[in-house]
Design a protein around this ligand. Structure first.
Ligand SMILES: Cc1cc2nc3c(=O)[nH]c(=O)nc-3n(C[C@H](O)[C@H](O)[C@H](O)COP(=O)(O)OP(=O)(O)OC[C@H]3O[C@@H](n4cnc5c(N)ncnc54)[C@H](O)[C@@H]3O)c2cc1C
Length: 401
């Protein structure tokens, strides 16, 4: 009987675990999820937390009941080291042996740039519950005492799309609070042009975003190479200094410590190199999904841009991992191949209570079809999707889209 250990219990980890269990049809196989968070968190809705449109409880679900009702064991612990030679994972709750391992640990935030980050520097971040909550106080102070604001992404930032969403929601909420005319708002991005998004761009995106920025009176700087942040200035490589009283900058992402502390598992950035089957390139009984995998950028830009490993491909990769591990456990070798870059692109972007839908047949070029379209549902698509995804997750319906 096989033991399958999954590290991480959010998008990629939860989907992988549920799909492995669903496809195995034999309760004697053990599936164990080790997660350092007790809750599933619908990360995309963090962009609304700073503006009090969501509480963390609204977008969280306890993992244990979801997993246990599907016969999956849950361990609330941090995995600290993977010993791939002996099929063993060290965690803060003891060691676990495995026959198959899934690494779905998401991103660590890289604040090594001087002055970057809420704890080590002077910029805020919307990527974690605590940091998103902390922005509330900064926003209130800005409304009382308006001044210049810089929002954007550092070179190699992990998720530029989320920074755009934060920008437009920020702008909308400044208007709502009646102080927009007293805030000089600047967007900085390492993208060579607006709307590159780390996926090479798509027809119509750049002109749409430039028009949008102009109509909202947001200054923007493309090819911005942030090099340092002081308590009140953003400094770019070309010498420009942008004063701010509030700044939110999306940092670069790295793989988690558990990968970086485990020789042979990840690359220099802590990402796991995988085949198109999501199987580790060296260890065939180790799989990875979601942000934890290495996806080399299929383009070159003057300033480095991170490849966005978003929720839809994380979920799709989790499904492929589930299918492939179930096959291997049942002695089948015809593994499913689903190259990350060919997964369809599907994202609803909240541009400040107006939405655009980004859709393509492949995430990365070459593509036969790619479009950025205003949402006919105006601003309800993303909110409805959140409700749907939380419902599907609560019931463990991992096979649904
Ligand atoms: C602000 C923001 C907005 C976003 N908006 C969108 C959007 O609109 N659409 C979209 O498609 N994508 C969006 N994304 C991206 C999306 O959130 C990610 O693609 C998705 O979360 C990736 O899933 P994952 O499972 O790989 O990683 P995560 O969701 O980060 O999950 C990793 C899990 O592993 C756990 N973990 C980490 N290390 C360990 C360890 N050592 N031991 C045990 N557990 C560990 C973590 O606590 C976490 O629960 C957004 C991201 C951010 C930050």
């Amino acid at each position: 009987m096989a033991t399958i250990l999954v590290i991480g219990g959010n998008f990629a980890g939860l989907t992988s675990a549920l799909e492995i269990k669903r496809r195995l049809h034999d309760d004697r196989h053990r599936v164990i999820v080790v997660s350092n968070r007790e809750n599933f968190l619908f990360v995309p809705s963090l962009i609304w937390v700073p503006f009090r449109e969501r509480e963390i409880e609204d977008i969280s679900l306890p993992l244990r009941p979801i997993l246990e009702s599907h016969g999956i064991e849950f361990v609330h612990a941090t995995a600290t080291k993977i010993d791939a030679v002996n099929n063993r994972v060290e965690t803060t709750a003891g060691d676990f042996l495995y026959d198959y391992l899934v690494i779905a640990t998401g991103p660590a935030l890289d604040y090594s740039l001087p002055g970057l980050g809420p704890k080590t520097g002077y910029t805020q971040c919307v990527c974690t519950p605590n940091d998103a909550l902390a922005i509330r106080e900064h926003f209130d102070r800005l409304v009382e005492n308006p001044g210049p604001v810089v929002i954007g992404a550092a070179p190699a930032a992990g998720c530029t799309g989320a920074a755009y969403e934060f920008l437009f929601n920020f702008e909308y909420n400044l208007r709502k609070r009646g102080v927009r005319d007293r805030v000089e708002l600047t967007w900085i991005t390492p993208e060579p042009f607006l709307g590159h998004f780390g996926i090479g761009g798509m027809a119509g995106a750049t002109s749409l975003l430039r028009k949008f920025m102009d109509s909202l009176h947001i200054h923007y700087i493309e090819n911005a190479e942030l090099v340092e942040v002081t308590p009140n200035e953003i400094i770019l490589a070309d010498g420009r200094r942008l004063p701010f009283v509030f700044s939110m900058i999306m940092p670069p992402f790295l793989g988690q410590d558990v990968i970086r502390n485990s020789p042979g598992i990840g690359n220099a950035k802590g990402y796991v190199p995988v085949h198109d089957t999501y199987q580790h390139k060296t260890y065939s009984n180790i799989f990875a999904a979601g942000i934890a995998i290495d996806v080399p950028a299929p383009f070159v830009t003057p300033i480095a841009i991170g490849v966005p490993k978003t929720g839809f491909p994380a979920d799709e990769a989790g499904k492929t991992v589930g299918e492939n591990i179930a096959k291997l456990v049942n002695d089948k070798i015809d593994l499913k191949s689903r190259p990350f870059v060919k997964i369809p692109g599907l994202c609803v972007m909240d541009a400040g209570h107006k939405e655009v839908i980004i859709v393509s047949n492949h995430l990365m070029k070459p593509r036969e079809f790619a479009a950025i379209l205003p949402n006919p549902l105006y601003d309800e698509g993303k909110r409805l999707f959140e409700k749907y995804f939380l419902w599907k997750t609560k019931h463990g319906y991992s096979n649904l889209p």
